[in-house]
Design a protein around this ligand. Sequence first.
Ligand SMILES: Nc1ncnc2c1ncn2[C@@H]1O[C@H](COP(=O)(O)OP(=O)(O)OP(=O)(O)O)[C@@H](O)[C@H]1O
Length: 334
Amino acid sequence: MSQSDVRLRGIKKQYGKLDVIHGIDLDIEPGEFVVFVGPSGCGKTTLLRMIAGLEEISSGDLSISGERVNDLPSSQRGVAMVFQSYALYPHKTVYDNMAFGLKIAKVPKPEIDRRVKEASAVLQITEYLDRLPKALSGGQRQRVAIGRAIVRDPKVFLFDEPLSNLDAALRTKMRVELKTLHRRLGATMIYVTHDQIEAMTLADKIVVLNKGRVEQVGRPLDLYTSPASLFVAGFIGSPQMNFITGEFASRSAASTVGLRPEHLKVDANGPIVGTLKHSEQLGNETFAYVDAGVLGEITARMDGTLMLAPGSAIALGFDPEHLYRFDSAGKRIS
Ligand SMILES: Nc1ncnc2c1ncn2[C@@H]1O[C@H](COP(=O)(O)OP(=O)(O)OP(=O)(O)O)[C@@H](O)[C@H]1O
């Protein structure tokens, strides 16, 4: 499998007079699994589609393996895209769906056959090769869509929310399979999702986008432990980081302070005092939603169970080293 780098320099996108991507610089290394995340409308899909050649680049330079590809059609960029909707041909069998792109590219039949069989073995869909897509489950269809990308032996795989039509259990399974596939193929992969668990578990490198700009780039755990801004701190981590402003924050010489739910514990002498609004007992852990008066609503995540009725008084403490501080512009104070 070929490994290619992808470089973006000053990439911009305008729809008419509307600027949606404001000039993105990004280096994706050969074999890297890069995930674009960000809230709805931040430009993830637009950026991916520009790399794919499905959307024109308004300005800037895009190169793949050192070659500027801005003006190359999608079919000549050496990329293969997997869509959320699978985009399979309904009247073609699984085999023909996977073989079609290669037939068009005039790849010899025995070579097509070899590639389709190899990819279907990897994806464990060999027994479905004669079926039509409608006779497959969602997860099997998505495997066919991934297989269609694999047989093309692309320089770069592009995934646009490929798991979002699957139910929770299947998503988890396919997530693990995708990561295994990446290890096995060693190919460069770019993946768009709004699911931060997918981002955290799949990515070598996460690109957090905010309103058409790169907010932060980093390894998943680096973003989690060292978010550069309030935006990233709030976006990475579930349940979300608690943010507190006002006097509580100014005591720490910050405009806003942040505390992750897992860093709060029940502590009779703790500084966060309030009333338990509601708790969710998941068996191995508990989420406690606390009304902390002027501090706002605070979420705490605890191991095990919490034997406390809603309406009870509760006090929470934390280790000061877990406090995140942000200035008035939302930048992290280190
Ligand atoms: N064809 C278009 N014409 C005009 N504006 C567009 C067009 N396509 C996208 N946009 C705008 O560009 C911005 C980025 O859209 P994009 O689909 O890339 O966001 P996204 O981060 O992928 O969002 P989501 O997670 O909801 O899919 C949005 O504000 C969107 O309204």
